[in-house]
Ligand binder design. Structure first.
Ligand SMILES: [Zn+2]
Length: 228
């Protein structure tokens, strides 16, 4: 049973920090798993963002149980995009009202028309206060989405961005996010800049959450200006 005291804030809880690194002794292969995040909205809605690989089911159950939750307590599943290390445990959440994989929303065999407008700034509200929304953040893939959490317990706006940001270090070293794959580098650069401008904290796709600083914002703007 969910007895969490939500208070007046939405809680962003990183269940597991993701990682990505070159495989030892094989520069053609990578080891990677995603950052997995729980959002406990103050209206009681529980959202999981990015569900790791298909081999992480028991791990994810135990991470949720540390928060006093079972898999049936999750109402919405959001995967920032459709790569296998971000969707692997979607099957655990059979009671969720929606599974969103990138911009594609479904429940069982029903596919909903969200994000079909073609408008880049379309938002999908996930809670009754409209403080937690999904929006497109294309680049890594063209279908990528991010979850934006306002009124968080951290005292600012949080962007859970998937692989728009690989990890904090990719702001200084662009090769990190580019080498992770980008379907549109120019667009990704613009979206990174915009996300950092609008958020106080970022949960990247493959590293720990970080606070956004003025230096990061100007570095990202500089990268965008140089490349345009
Ligand atoms: Zn990834």
């Amino acid at each position: 049973m969910d007895v969490f005291d939500h208070g007046e804030r939405n809680h962003v809880i990183v269940l597991q920090d993701g990682y990505s690194r070159e495989e030892d002794g094989d520069e053609t292969a990578m080891r990677a798993n995603c950052t997995c995040t729980l959002v406990r909205c103050r209206d009681g809605t529980n959202i999981i963002v990015d569900t790791m690989t298909a081999w992480d089911g028991e791990r994810l159950r135990s991470l949720l149980s540390n928060q006093g939750l079972g898999v049936d307590d999750i109402h919405v599943v959001v995967c920032s995009h459709g790569h296998s290390d971000h969707i692997g445990c979607n099957y655990l959440f059979q009671k969720a009202r929606m599974h969103l994989v990138g911009a594609c929303a479904s429940h069982r065999d029903l596919y909903m028309g969200y994000f079909a407008s073609g408008k880049p700034d379309e938002e999908l509200k996930l809670d009754s206060h409209a403080e937690v929304v999904v929006r497109r953040s294309p680049g890594h893939t063209l279908s990528c989405v991010s979850v934006i959490v306002d009124n968080s317990q951290l005292g600012g706006r949080v962007g859970i961005t998937g692989d728009l940001f690989e990890r904090r270090e990719d702001i200084d070293d662009e090769s990190i996010w580019k080498d992770a794959g980008s379907e549109n580098e120019k667009l990704q650069r613009q979206e990174r800049c915009k996300m950092a401008r609008q958020c106080d904290f970022i949960v990247p796709g493959h590293g720990p959450m970080f606070a956004v600083t003025a230096t990061m914002r100007s570095q990202l703007k500089q990268n965008t200006d140089i490349s345009s």
